[in-house]
Design a protein around this ligand. Structure first.
Ligand code: XMP
Length: 511
């Protein structure tokens, strides 16, 4: 049985990060919402439970709570931030609201130096705090193990009952010894041995895929993005040519990208690769359409129509595989109403296409783990580190009607930007960068001639989660080179502008 830790989600912003940090320690972590039944938790055979942070106050009856029986199961529990206050609340401590929040990097003193949780942590260190409520009086049987000037109970424990709690956030890098605290909990308190390794993941998945698939066929929709590509590589390792990848090329990818997807999968992997070239069909459907939402709808509808038609042609049997990853599957502790992710990988299969089952071999993995698996399976670095690319492709980067001429202009300009960012080492520093073709022509001058040509806008952002984003402060000399190369190398462009708007109020894409 795989050793695993439960991260019980009370709606905090760092909850996925907690699970990732646990996994960084080679221990598998699973996130479940606080609404999960206690019987399901008991059946999960967890080595430890982490109660996460959350935005509420424990004394508000409408706040997320959990039955105190959770703390009596004999499983070690670590409460973090709201989870810390909740543990105090559940065991008879007092939680109050302070007049002032404690926020940022704060000096903390360890008061119980022989606490297993703080083993190897100096008596004084900086921790990351973000709270207004605090534990004013710890529950009976608990010892205060650390404090700060503003927070008398920065950490507490009842080691006999294996209950531990920290007011600070050990999962963020600003907590100097946060990694050590988590490691102590996992290894020193929960007794984990650290068996979760990506190498084992590949071997285990290959065995499971072979068992499940047997001699049947598998069909996978390949977009050329990281997730579906890694899923394809993994399934190919398990069952080779029983896998058919369908790549619908809508003609709206970046320059050269469709060819490179084809090249990667036809030369490097043992599978059947079907490329469906349908640029003309897409152009035809998009003719005269200028409304952004209408364009999105048309591209999505056409894409799936073509995709499913192709699969029906293949004879719909066997399994349907998808590159769904763990964040696509997590039901948040905030409830589904607050789920922020809208562009995920799960596809609705039409009623008239029948499969024996669906295979999602990456559904346990975070994005960085997916990339690691991709690397180990031999996928090219450019593909593994590919920045997000919207499903509707350049269709949402061309304002107004999408025409073949505009696609070519945008692809050529965007190629120059990518080339310069790559050469100057910006590819990994930026979260996303691309060119946009606004439906604007402006006057310019070339030699003795007046020109009236396209305007290109450059968008480059840094962000952690794409919910907010900052425009990237690319040095002027690099921007100058990009601009001069685009206007020199792309004949139909005579002006380049740089988008200096954050999200919000703007979005990352222009449409
Ligand atoms: P926005 O423009 O909403 O973009 O700030 C946030 C992130 O989502 C990507 N994006 C999309 N991805 N289909 C997708 O699969 C779409 O329709 C779509 N629109 C935006 C965008 O590239 C950025 O990474």
């Amino acid at each position: 049985m795989q050793e695993k830790i439960l991260v019980l989600d009370f709606g905090g912003q760092y909850n996925q990060l907690i699970a990732r940090r646990v996994r960084d320690n080679n221990v598998y972590a699973e996130i479940l919402p606080y609404t999960t039944d206690i019987a399901a938790i008991a059946a999960g055979n967890y080595k430890g439970i982490i109660l996460t942070g959350g935005p509420n106050s424990v004394f508000d009856p409408l706040s997320p709570h959990y039955s105190a029986d959770l703390l009596k199961m004999g499983i070690p529990v670590l409460g973090i931030c709201y989870g810390c206050q909740l543990m105090a609340w559940m065991t008879g401590g007092t939680v109050e609201t302070a007049r002032q929040s404690e926020y940022g990097g704060i000096n903390m003193r360890v008061r119980k130096t022989n606490s297993t949780l703080f083993e190897g942590v100096p008596e004084e260190s900086v921790v990351w705090m973000s709270h207004t409520d605090y534990i004013s009086s710890p529950p009976e049987g608990f010892e205060v193990t650390a404090s700060t000037d503003a927070c008398p109970t920065a950490a507490m424990e009842n080691s006999r009952l294996k209950l531990y709690a920290v007011q600070f956030h050990p999962e963020v890098t600003h907590s100097e010894y946060g990694g050590k605290v988590l490691k102590n909990f996992l290894y020193g308190i929960c007794g984990c041995t650290g068996e979760w390794r990506m190498e084992d993941f590949i071997d285990k998945s290959v065995t499971q895929l072979r068992e499940k698939i047997g001699s049947r066929k598998v069909i996978l929709g390949l977009s050329g993005g990281v997730d579906s590509s890694v899923a394809a590589a993994l399934i190919s390792r398990a069952v080779g040519k029983q896998l058919t990848c369908i790549f619908v090329d809508h003609g709206l990818m970046r320059k050269g990208e469709a060819d490179s997807v084809e090249e990667t999968f036809t030369t490097g992997f043992d599978l059947n690769f079907v490329r469906v070239n349908c640029k003309d069909q897409f152009l035809h459907s998009l003719a005269g359409v200028t409304d952004p939402e209408e364009k999105r709808k048309i591209i999505g509808r056409e894409f799936y129509r073509i995709f499913w038609d192709q699969i029906r042609g293949e004879g719909d049997s066997g399994f349907f595989a998808q590159g769904t990853i763990y964040p696509d599957c997590i039901e948040s502790g905030k409830g589904s109403a607050d789920t922020i992710k809208t562009h995920h990988n799960r596809v609705n299969i039409p009623d008239d296409v029948v499969f024996e089952g669906v295979i999602e071999p990456l559904s346990e993995l975070f994005k960085d783990e997916v990339r690691k698996v991709g690397e180990m399976l031999g996928l090219p670095t450019e593909l593994i580190w590919r920045q997000p690319f919207p499903g509707p492709g350049l269709g949402v980067r061309i304002i107004g009607e999408v025409t073949e001429e505009k696609i070519n202009v945008l692809q050529d300009a965007d190629w120059v930007l990518r080339d310069e960012m790559g050469k100057n080492g910006y590819e990994k520093q930026l979260s996303q960068f691309f060119c946009v073709l606004p439906d604007v022509r402006t006057v310019g001058v070339m030699g003795d001639h007046r020109t009236y040509e396209h305007l290109i806008a450059i968008r480059a952002v840094t962000t952690d989660d794409f919910m907010t984003a900052q425009w990237a402060k690319i040095p002027y000399d690099i921007l100058a080179r990009v601009s001069s190369r685009i206007t020199n190398e792309v004949k139909q462009v005579n002006r380049v502008v740089y988008d200096i708007t954050t999200k919000p109020p703007a979005t990352v894409e222009w449409l």
